[in-house]
Design a protein around this ligand. Structure first.
Ligand SMILES: Cc1ncc(COP(=O)(O)O)c(C=O)c1O
Length: 386
């Protein structure tokens, strides 16, 4: 008898991150696994969302997004990312960066085309590649600074390569790709006629004076980059599902077709509120980064003091840690112990690698939490030492 479900989903496992969230709820643990804030979104944008519903912005919007939000995105990427995009032909509003990524890959991949992915990776890129029919090729980000071997990357490019997925600032490593690294990648993209698909969802969460560079702003990349970002992380509204893509008209046109049939449009009233969010301005971004730096420094101090070795992130709101000092068989066993007996949920490192053994001594903690949550986490973690 033939199977009633499709092969393409059979190989997907449950998201390890969402599984850890489930265990955190089950054991009353503090959830330092999943990357969503437990503090409120800014009042101004909440009010704007409520008002938008009252004003009856409650029906379908234009499939690629309301004109006002596309215009606000276009202005923002011009000033912050140094990318010029016409709101009519170059900006598409999607249901989060998540939908933007799958729409982007569906728009450019033919079955058998190759996609290059940096490892450790954000877990969605694997399934996204599978759904779009891509063959995955991996390049390792090497500890402790998460650099990549340029010769190794150059060897991965070939005539079948269609895209390279970049995530900067990076989840889970906290790496922020340098201008020089991105120029090197851009050179390869141009030489091999490859599209850069770049996930910049953490673009405003940067530490220690680190600069965010968008590969789409580099010479020769304007017509071969799909830049993805969104409001989830920057405005602490992960449940709103608002993301966007910026790309040249040819790529935008293809992507909009995939987007239209996937989701029609992102939530209309929240798109109205999204405009208010993007107008909050530079002071808001500066405060966001400063607040996250304080949380980063606090959690890294706590983790180091109880025996974790932390890889200091330069951006985003996670830290990868080395757990070898604790002497557990592997990351999953230690993560289970941590959530059940200590009351802290974190993500086993193996979920960020294609071969589990590569992450067996790693655990990722998220610090997008209010100070009281982090203080309670510190109290629980202090039990580890004893
Ligand atoms: C690298 C990366 N991209 C995308 C997302 C999801 O973004 P969105 O909420 O806009 O779908 C996340 C969330 O954790 C992420 O870490």
């Amino acid at each position: 008898m033939s199977s009633t479900t499709a092969d393409r989903v059979a190989i997907f496992t449950e998201s390890v991150i969402r599984e850890m969230t489930r265990l955190a709820a089950l054991y009353d643990g503090i959830n330092l696994a999943q990357g969503y804030p437990d503090f409120p979104a800014p009042d101004a944008i909440k009010e704007a969302a409520i008002q938008a519903i009252r004003d009856d912005h409650n029906q379908y919007s234009i499939t690629w997004g309301t004109k006002v939000l596309r215009t606000a995105v276009s202005e923002k990427v011009r000033s912050y990312n140094r990318i010029s995009a016409d709101p009519e032909t170059g900006v598409t509003i999607c249901c989060g960066a998540t939908e933007a990524m799958i729409a982007a890959l569906l728009a450019i991949i033919n079955p058998g085309d190759e996609v290059i992915i940096f490892e450790p990776f954000y877990e969605n890129y694997g399934p996204d590649s599978i759904i779009s029919g891509a063959v995955r090729r991996y390049i390792t980000l090497q500890e402790p600074n998460w650099e990549f071997d340029r010769d190794e990357l150059a060897r991965l490019f070939n005539t079948k390569t269609k895209a390279i997925i970049i995530n900067t600032p990076n989840n889970p490593t906290g790496k922020v790709f340098t201008r020089e690294e991105l120029e090197f990648i851009a050179g390869l993209c141009q030489r091999w006629d490859v599209i850069a698909v770049t996930d910049e969802i953490y673009e405003h969460i940067l530490y220690d004076g680190t600069e965010h560079v968008s590969i789409g702003s580099l010479d020769g990349m304007q017509d071969r980059t799909i830049t993805i970002s969104g409001l989830s992380k920057t405005f602490s509204v992960t449940g709103w599902r608002l993301g966007y893509t910026v790309a040249c008209p040819r790529l935008t046109d293809a992507l909009r077709k995939a987007h239209d049939f996937l989701t029609v449009n992102a939530p209309t009233p929240l798109q109205v509120a999204g405009v208010a969010a993007l107008h909050l301005g530079p002071d808001y971004y500066a405060r966001l980064a400063a607040d996250y730096r304080a949380r980063r420094d606090y959690l890294l101090d706590v983790l180091s003091s109880v025996g974790f070795e932390c890889f200091t992130p330069r951006g985003a709101y996670y830290t990868m840690t080395d757990i070898s000092a604790f002497g557990y068989a592997d990351d999953t066993e230690f993560a289970q112990y941590l959530v059940k007996d200590v009351g802290i949920a974190a993500v086993p490192g193996s979920s960020f690698y294609r071969e589990a053994h590569l992450g067996r001594d790693r655990l990722r903690f998220a610090f997008c939490k209010k100070q009281s949550t982090l203080t309670e986490a510190a109290a629980r973690l202090s039990r580890l030492r004893s």
